[in-house]
Write a protein that binds this ligand. Structure first.
Ligand code: ZN
Length: 156
């Protein structure tokens, strides 16, 4: 980085620390070897949004608002608080970011994250989401999905 005082083309980092919300930035203290003056820079970490790959191969940038909308539709008139919805959205977003291999994740996988959240909070909403958003290749695939529900029932 060029020195802002003497325009010397390279400066030395003397200190770095993570800063900002969720550690989204790095503050660096730099020193110029030429004029020996110090200055600070604030660098933002650019977080690349994963691409969501649809069944037909088309891609679109992951949009957390769609996750929120999907949850809200599934939970319409269900006794689930908006606080839960917000925290579920954050957990799903974290799952997507941590699993998006090479920046990509399938819509099916995103749907599974949503379903596992819904399963933990409201079965009606879980089934609504499953029937509307998740495409099933076969009856077996659907049965596999609702298996956790059947297990819950038998435990009661
Ligand atoms: Zn300088």
């Amino acid at each position: 980085m060029t020195c802002p005082f003497c325009q010397h083309p390279s400066t030395r980092v003397v200190d770095s620390r993570v800063t900002g919300p969720q550690g989204g930035g790095i503050r660096r203290r730099r020193e110029c070897p030429e004029c020996e003056r110090r200055f600070s820079t604030l660098e933002r970490i650019e977080q690349r949004m994963p691409q969501v790959v649809k069944k037909d191969g088309r891609r679109e940038t992951f949009d957390v608002n769609k996750v929120l909308q999907g949850l809200q539709v599934a939970l319409r008139k269900r006794p689930v608080s908006s606080v839960w919805v917000q925290s579920a959205v954050q957990r799903i977003e974290q799952c997507v970011f941590s699993e998006a291999d090479k920046g990509e994740i399938s819509t099916h996988r995103v749907g599974e994250f949503v379903l596992s959240e819904l399963l933990s909070v409201d079965r009606v909403a879980f089934l609504r989401f499953a029937s509307v958003y998740q495409e099933f290749n076969s009856a077996e695939e659907f049965m596999e999905l609702i298996q956790p529900l059947l297990t819950l029932d038998s435990e009661e």
